[in-house]
Ligand binder design. Sequence first.
Ligand SMILES: [Zn+2]
Length: 212
Amino acid sequence: MAYRHPARATTHRVRIRRIRVAGLLVVIAAIAAALGYQSLASSSSRAASPIDVPRSEHRGALGEAGGAVPDGATVFDDEIPGVANLDSALLGALRQAATDAAGYGVELVVDSGWRSPEHQEQLLREAISKYGSEEEAARWVATPNTSPHVSGDAVDIGPSDAAAWLSEHGAEYGLCQIYGNEPWHYELRSEAIDHGCPPMYADPTHDPRMQQ
Ligand SMILES: [Zn+2]
């Protein structure tokens, strides 16, 4: 009899181990599900941004010379064409604002500035495939003929705390959000210094400049 006890005990231990492994698998599955949910959630929140296509694609197609801006670029980065080719009055206002924002611990990052017509065309093509139709893409990305980015008159500012700072203080520099659906997109409206920013368009399709 005595020799059976260790055998039983071993079987029992194996069972416990199986139960533990099964429990571990449940935990792993739960973590995997949570991570999957997170990536789903983040991809759907990113859907609000028209410029979230991988930067490598921009580089591959057109590069910095066409207006692609490297991560973390600021309004002081003269050597980057996407910054240097901005309208000089807009750039001056941005630099004043960025200097003052730094005093609040906020850094203004240029996510996109001037773009070549080819770069804009590429963004539009990407937006059409992303949003599924030209009509929906037009709410986010203008054509090379109409985009204020191509003329050097618009800048997309990030991260969100910098855009929020500009939303509060931008008018003092003539920097205004133009479209309700694009809290990152700023243009120069010098009259805003005295009179405040003009009312926003809900999205670019309401902007008369886009009706060309
Ligand atoms: Zn923009």
